[in-house]
Design a protein around this ligand. Sequence first.
Ligand code: UDP
Ligand code: MG
Length: 299
Amino acid sequence: MGFRVSVIIPAYNEKDNIPFLFKELKEKLDKDYEIVFVDDGSDDGSYELAIEEAKKYNNIKILKHLKNQGKTQAILTGLEAAEGDIICIYDADLQFLPEDIINLVKKMDEGYDLVCGYKVGKYEKKLVSKIYNFLARLLFKLPVRDINALKVMKKEVLLNMKLRKDWHRYIVPLAHYLGYRIGEMPVKLRKRMFGLPKYSSKKRIIIGFFDLLAVAFQLTFLKKPMLYFGTIGLFSLLLGLLIGLISIILRILGHGYRPLLYLVILLILAGILFFSLGLIGEVQASIVERLEDIEKKIK
Ligand code: UDP
Ligand code: MG
């Protein structure tokens, strides 16, 4: 018997939530669903408790990391054990409703490869979430408004992307980039049941922001380095030459202006630098592409 949906639950020190988590999910989800609980190196006894609690039900897999590796890695570990063709990523703190998992899965039938929820109503850190989503939409031209709520997707979507540490926040932009069809529907966000959030707000904002740039960089600049760096380089070079010409004319007319000369040097050097970056970028992009081809063939 196969499952249709694997609900992957990354969990780091979520002991108090575990009994409610399994109980609530098992009450709401039918036999099409399996639960893949991944203990991400907790030191509060979450793993042992999960093993105990899971005995009360069937179709709960419990995996563990020996040390804390972060949510993204926990998701990937769960993915290896997941049997369903559809994957749901569900937080252990019960912030999202199990009913919404079912709703999102139903929406997949409309022909989507990934369906994400967007949070409605009042919730904590709403402003941060809004700004962050605004930036992400701007950078990635996304068709959806919230990339950080509950989501459900075909397993192949996750298998086809390379998720680096902390990149679980960018599953939606990466899927969009790969050409998958993405849908959305409203979901509710509750308060964390027990325990503390695992990412402090400040840390989350900083890491999130740099990852946002890193992902954007990877999907644009690093795919076509010469196009971007080369354009900037060429622009800088031409501007340098033009201003150089102007300063020569000024000098001939009798009033040379030294600061202009510095500007010329700056622009030309920057131009050469950007151009070289473009060239080096091209070399590494072609290496990456060939590696990806090899990876695909091995699979
Ligand atoms: N989590 C994890 N490893 C970590 C940090 C978090 O597996 O290193 C899990 C955590 O236990 C929770 C989920 O990732 O199930 C989301 O974390 P949290 O609720 O703290 O984030 P927030 O809801 O504030 O985005
Ligand atoms: Mg949470």
